[in-house]
Design a protein around this ligand. Structure first.
Ligand code: PLP
Length: 389
């Protein structure tokens, strides 16, 4: 089944909307079947979806959960079965969607933040080792916007210090790194299946692991820590996926390659088109060792550009281009983390990305004509600002 080229989003008001969701005829059929049989909680569609999702990435086990945040939190909680104690530390990049940091707290562990590199948006490997303490148990790199983190460096450090790796691949379905699939490079990998992502169940998440032992722990964790019939072995979550969500996911798996190639085409098109604006903006690149699994297109206004990110965003929004801030430095720009006692300036790269960055949609329902509109809008903005490129 093919998805429509350039299909306008249902979201009113935006010519270039941020997100979309593909619900296929097969998904509708499976949803109706599940409703007709009356079996809508976790069942055969969830199992089929887990197996097919894991097979996409060449990983042995898929454990479907309620959200990407639950995926991250359960993966962290699985560390207790691998020797971690409450309060132990997990290294995370300072720039990410807040769920990355929250999930570590939700698991009863402590996030320790490592600054990022503004050109990749990912954890800066040169800054990781300084943050390792005797209580560090894992590194959780995030492949932000679908750009793979520097996994060779991460793996080298993890091996040296005997740390586990949990990939936060929420935004990077289908990305590749030196020929390896993102999501198959650590002890566990976590995906968000929220509506804006490549494979979606509307709300949902998935954890992948090659380890039989970890898979069993994760299954128990998603179901209140239960093993067998009403035996509670660990402190668990209530984080199961239901059949209706899995049906949407199964429909998406059928068109995974089509969605991915549309998003890749859109991302690479904008990267190329934005080259002429490089004096003003930092955008991601796709380097020869990698393939992006695009989530969205980030635009960071360079220092000395002569205008602010807020000016740019106001112009984009006024011209029908939906946008989101390029996240925040979790420890220093999110009020919920103020109690940790960090101060502005502690994570300069993440803070820079947040203060100067935004991101816009490049999803499968956006066509070339809409991307050309983005380029014309940016040209118009720069002209208004009286700067030449
Ligand atoms: C990097 C990252 N991690 C985790 C999540 C959490 O996923 P969810 O919204 O499905 O809980 C997201 C959300 O998109 C994300 O972008």
């Amino acid at each position: 089944m093919k998805i429509q080229e350039g299909q306008e989003s249902k979201k009113a008001g935006y010519r270039v909307p941020f997100g979309t969701v593909s619900i296929t005829p097969k998904a509708r059929k499976l949803i109706n079947e599940a409703l007709d049989t009356g079996w809508v909680t976790k069942g055969k569609y969830v199992k089929e979806f887990e197996d097919k999702f894991a097979a996409l990435f060449g990983v042995k086990h898929g454990i479907a959960v309620s959200s990407g945040t639950d995926a991250d939190a359960l993966a962290c909680a699985a560390l207790y079965d691998l020797g971690a104690r409450r309060g132990d530390e997990v290294l995370v990049p300072s720039l990410s969607f807040i769920a990355t940091g929250n999930s570590v707290f939700q698991a009863g562990l402590t996030p320790v933040f490592v600054d990022v590199d503004r050109t990749t948006l990912n954890i800066d490997p040169l800054k990781i080792e300084a943050k390792i303490t005797p209580r560090t148990r894992a590194i959780m790199p995030v492949h932000l916007m679908g750009k793979p983190a520097d996994m060779n460096a991460v793996r080298m450090i993890a091996k040296k210090h005997n740390l586990r790796i949990i990939e936060d691949a929420a935004e990077a379905h289908g990305a590749e790194y030196h020929g390896e699939k993102v999501g198959a490079m650590g002890d566990m990998a976590c995906f968000s299946l929220y509506a804006a992502h490549i494979v979606t169940t509307i709300e949902g998440g998935m954890i992948l692991t090659d380890s039989d032992k970890i898979a069993e722990v994760l299954k128990s964790l998603r179901n209140h820590g239960m093993t067998g019939k009403f035996t509670f072995e660990r402190i668990g979550f209530s984080a199961k996926m239901n059949e209706l969500e899995a049906a949407v996911g199964l429909g998406n798996i059928d068109i995974f390659n089509d969605i991915l190639s549309k998003r890749r085409r859109n991302m690479l098109y904008l990267i190329e088109k934005f080259r002429k604006f490089s004096k003003f903006f930092i955008t991601l690149t796709e380097d020869s060792h990698e393939k992006l699994g695009p989530h969205a297109f980030s635009i960071i206004v360079r220092e000395g550009a002569g205008f602010s990110k807020d000016d740019l965003v106001a112009h984009l929004e006024a011209n029908g281009v939906d946008s989101r801030n390029l996240f925040y430095s979790m420890p220093t720009q999110c009020p919920s983390y103020a109690f940790l006692g960090y101060k502005l300036g502690d994570f300069p790269e993440a803070e820079f990305c947040s203060d100067h960055g935004t991101h816009i949609g490049i999803h499968q329902d956006i066509g070339i004509e809409q991307l050309d509109h983005v380029v014309v809008v940016v040209e118009g903005f720069l002209k208004k600002k009286g700067v030449s490129y």
